[in-house]
Design a protein around this ligand. Structure first.
Ligand SMILES: Nc1ncnc2c1ncn2[C@@H]1O[C@H](COP(=O)(O)OP(=O)(O)OP(=O)(O)O)[C@@H](O)[C@H]1O
Ligand SMILES: Cc1ncc(COP(=O)(O)O)c(N)n1
Length: 506
């Protein structure tokens, strides 16, 4: 693995809306930690809706661009995209013959997602004849069929076999991509010339989005950049896929164009932008700020302090767990209601999985702890706060507009995760001695839970962007009400004991 910043040259066409071609390449190279350079093959008048016209500058002009870069800069990798015509293909092939960088990725661009042709039909043979100059080619399923001179594959297994035939014919690695498969999976596999079995194969659920303009360009330039650093195609593909998935998921944040919009290449720099105070304001940021006072009250609660430093009496802890178990029953139903009303598949699956996890995983852990409790005492009935909180969640997720339901369930993810962080700090400050609730506190920090919190927050922000002002106002009210209920829930193990006159903690 090299420590240098990879210097990557994109040889491709343009897209003035910035989602595909050169523009996607430069963003992807930078997003993967590389330094991007570009030589323009064609100036394309296009947007997210369609390709309008193409201007190909004199081919000597392209050769001059390539030479200017090569004479001045040591190039670590080249990504080749739209070539368009025979003279351009020949010029690039000639240049590669004399200046071949260590990594060459060729994306055999033929037709834009929006439908316009980007490679003249009579140039297909010339493109085929330069495949052997690349280390990796990244055709989509239609392009793969053209390169193979066959009909498009009708199944994934056929696509892999076709990929192997192309790899063998040209002695190169082929990335067989499943983006154009019908169905809810998007597999990708690397197939080499020697073995019909893929070198590596990945599978994943299709991100439900219309915004996939430039995914092919972005993936291939990300791969070229990563390969310089890792010298390991499977590893490079794994990283590029994870990043591209995030870029597809966050594409809706961009609001660019009326057609198939671009992906969000820099979705992962949100944290840095926030640290500099320059990130676009998210509705959830506003809600978080509005809930600051309640969150402080939670941190100051006696129950939270004692739980954090480990002095909480086991009986209090069990009473809390008992109420939490009953709460999870209601929360699981509320998530299932949201799943039933979700506007798309991603949200339906996310909330349905959340409902299952509450009942199958978290509630089971609680039950195990309650069963293992020494006293084995019969547990209490539904507490007053538990009843209020679950009734509130069930009403909000059943009867209010869907975005309001999202605002109702978010604090249970987010405030809970934040209290968990605070408890972790208290526990750490307590020294190295055994903490009686250490294993339970660790569940707060679980990466799966943190990830679910980020997703719930992203879904709320996306819903808020589309929601009318009145609904946003209601989202705010409901979010704050849920935060107050979180506070009351953490206060209840002490407050309700006090009411019952059995308080012993001081
Ligand atoms: N909706 C999606 N969800 C998840 N991954 C996707 C989705 N659409 C495309 N991909 C991934 O994006 C990459 C590009 O795939 P695709 O087959 O769409 O290539 P392409 O047609 O060359 O791209 P382009 O849309 O730029 O022309 C692949 O890794 C594919 O798995
Ligand atoms: C200059 C250029 N190169 C490649 C593509 C393909 O990208 P997509 O299929 O996502 O439109 C494009 N539209 N424009």
């Amino acid at each position: 693995m090299t420590a240098r910043v990879p210097r990557v040259l994109a040889i491709a066409g343009t897209d003035p809306t910035g989602g595909a071609g050169q523009h996607a390449d430069l963003k992807s190279i930078a997003a993967m930690g590389g330094y991007g350079m570009s030589a323009v093959t064609a100036v394309v008048v296009q947007n997210t809706v369609g390709v309008r016209s193409i201007h190909v500058p004199p081919v000597e002009f392209l050769s001059a661009q390539l030479d200017a870069v090569a004479e001045d800069v040591e190039i670590d990798a080249v990504k080749i995209g739209m070539l368009g015509s025979v003279p351009v293909i020949e010029a690039v092939a000639r240049w590669l013959g004399t200046h071949r960088p260590p990594v060459v990725v060729l994306d055999p661009v033929m037709v834009a997602t929006s439908g316009g042709r980007l490679l003249e039909r009579e140039a297909e043979d010339a493109l085929r004849s330069m495949l052997g100059l690349a280390d990796l080619i990244t055709p989509n399923l239609q392009e793969l069929a053209v390169l193979a001179g066959e009909d498009p594959a009708s199944s994934w297994a056929e696509a892999l076999a076709q990929g192997h035939r192309v790899a063998r014919a040209h002695g190169t690695l082929v990335l067989v991509k499943g983006g154009h498969l019908t169905g809810d999976r998007t597999p990708d596999a690397l197939v080499g010339p020697d073995d019909p079995e893929p070198l590596v194969a990945f599978d994943g659920a299709r991100v439900p989005t219309e915004n996939s303009h430039g995914t092919g360009c972005s993936l291939s330039s990300a791969l070229a950049t990563l390969q310089v650093r890792h010298e390991d195609w499977p590893r490079s593909l794994q990283i590029a896929r994870d990043w591209l998935r995030g870029a597809l998921e966050a594409a809706g944040e961009l609001s660019v164009g009326h057609g198939s919009g671009p992906v969000h290449h820099f979705h992962h720099v949100q944290d840095a932008l926030e640290a500099w105070g320059t990130a676009p304001e998210r509705f959830s940021d506003e809600l978080w700020e509005a809930s600051a006072a309640v969150r402080r009250e939670i941190e100051e609660l006696e129950f939270v302090r004692l739980l954090g430093d480990g002095r909480l009496e086991p009986e209090r802890f069990l009473a809390y767990l008992d109420q939490d178990l009953q709460y999870l029953d209601g929360y699981s139903r509320a998530l299932a209601q949201l799943a039933a009303r979700a506007p798309d598949e991603e949200q339906r699956l996310f909330f349905a999985a959340g409902a299952v996890s509450c009942t199958e995983t978290e509630a089971q852990l609680h039950r195990a702890r309650l069963r293992h409790a020494e006293d084995g005492a019969a547990r209490d009935g539904l507490g007053e706060v538990t009843r209020r909180y679950t009734a509130f969640l069930l009403a909000a997720t059943a009867a209010e507009p869907y975005p309001v339901g999202l605002a109702a369930v978010l604090p249970c993810y987010w405030v809970y995760a934040d209290v968990g962080r605070h408890l972790g700090e208290l526990a750490a400050a307590g020294g190295t001695g055994a903490h009686p609730y250490a294993d339970w506190l660790a569940t707060y920090a679980d990466e799966g839970f943190q990830e679910a919190t980020r997703t719930a927050r992203r879904l709320l922000d996306a819903a808020a962007r589309e929601a009318p002002a009145g609904v946003r106002e209601r989202m705010r009210e409901v979010f704050l009400e849920a935060c107050a209920l979180e506070r009351d829930f953490f206060a209840a193990p002490v407050a309700e004991r006090r009411l019952a006159g059995t308080d012993r903690i001081e």
